[in-house]
Ligand binder design. Structure first.
Ligand SMILES: Cc1cc2nc3c(=O)[nH]c(=O)nc-3n(C[C@H](O)[C@H](O)[C@H](O)COP(=O)(O)O)c2cc1C
Length: 348
């Protein structure tokens, strides 16, 4: 059994998804790139963290809040960007947003979202835009402007996807199967037919400054595993570095994020915020991430699987994570997230 500290409820979520989703959508959500080595390794990698808990500390009142880019979140986890939310459940991004707002968390909205930024913003959720940049950068400007107008508080540049990695499976392209009305609705009509709309193969640190200039928002770079790249991001003005291997969906055999976190923290921690995702499946995993020094943990497949039951499923997920996180913090003698720092060691 994979050790994720969840007591089996993630398995139940997966079972529910297997029963409810069509085969191509299920495959899209669960599959990793190529042989799925990185995707499989991510789940359970957090069980390699060992705690050295404090004792004899008053843990009557536990405060799980963190501050990200100047804004308070009630919990140290947030929702990573994922496309096809409306293919998982008709509630889609709106259900994800409402449930996430109610939990006092934050949602990163994929640029491929199937719901307009204006509608997502109107839910009152704290949200950041995730963007891929096209070969012709100017083509991204309308989408970026819409996100700013709808209240995005930061822009997350995903940098691990110059091309979409090969995934084996039914061989069907999910993007050809889903109703075009429920994906990529924030792009101009005909966007994909324009020359220069393919993903940029020439992204560089200068794109960080360009994005900050166009949006006036803080820029977070998602998909960094190496300390030297983290430094380049921060030198170029990134306010946050997000340690991620895209949930094992891009370069297969990429290292686990838990093993890369410390190097990135050593390189840029203190100068920029550092986040991590990949394989986190429980409150215990979240506490491991912040105890190792991450400013917050992001969750990809977990909220997407919870969304199989619509907004209510995501409400339940946040509640469960909260229970598990408070329990782990109490047992670790940590009254605040700051108290967790330094009590964890990655072994092996
Ligand atoms: C179905 C699916 C769609 C995703 N779509 C995006 C996306 O549009 N943009 C992006 O930056 N990351 C995307 N991701 C990656 C997630 O943001 C995140 O990095 C990853 O899922 C974290 O690993 P986890 O699923 O083990 O939590 C996607 C992930 C999944 C599972």
């Amino acid at each position: 059994m994979t050790q994720t500290g969840d007591g089996g409820w993630v398995g139940a979520l997966e079972e529910r998804a297997r029963a409810a989703l069509s085969a191509p959508v299920l495959e899209y959500v669960l599959t990793g790139a190529r042989d799925g080595v990185s995707a499989a390794e991510a789940v359970g990698a957090w069980a390699g963290v060992r705690f050295h808990p404090h004792v004899l500390r008053d843990v009557t009142d536990v405060d799980t809040s963190v501050t990200l880019l100047g804004h308070r979140l009630e919990v140290p986890w947030a929702v990573a960007p994922s496309s096809l939310q409306r293919a998982v459940h008709p509630d889609g991004e709106l259900g994800m947003a409402r449930a996430t707002a109610a939990a006092g968390s934050l949602m990163v909205v994929s640029s491929n979202a199937g719901t307009s930024f204006a509608e997502i913003g109107a839910t009152g959720v704290a949200w950041w835009l995730q963007a891929y940049l096209p070969a012709d950068r100017t083509l991204a400007e309308p989408l970026l402007e819409r996100a700013v107008a709808a209240g995005a508080r930061a822009v997350v540049l995903t940098v691990d996807t110059p091309v979409v990695a090969t995934k084996y499976g039914t061989g069907e392209n999910i993007w050809d199967l889903v109703d075009p009305a429920i994906v990529r609705v924030n792009f101009d009509p005909g966007y994909d037919d324009q020359p220069g709309s393919d993903k940029a193969l020439d992204l560089g640190p200068h794109d960080i400054g360009w994005l900050a200039g166009v949006t006036g928002l803080p820029v977070v770079v998602k998909g960094v595993l190496r300390p030297d790249d983290a430094r380049r991001c921060v030198q170029a003005g990134a306010r946050g570095v997000w340690v991620s291997n895209h949930g094992g969906r891009q370069l297969d055999r990429a290292a686990t994020t838990v093993s890369c976190l410390d190097g990135v923290l050593t390189a840029v921690g203190g100068e920029a915020e550092v986040y991590v995702d990949g394989g986190l499946r429980s409150g215990l995993d979240v506490v491991a991430a912040v105890a190792l020094g991450a400013d917050a943990a992001f969750l990809g497949r977990l909220p997407l699987l919870a969304l199989v039951d619509g907004e209510r499923g995501v409400v339940d997920l946040h509640a469960r994570l909260r229970e598990e996180t408070v329990e782990a913090m109490r047992l670790a003698g940590a009254r605040t997230v700051a108290d967790t720092r330094g009590i964890a060691v990655l072994e092996g």
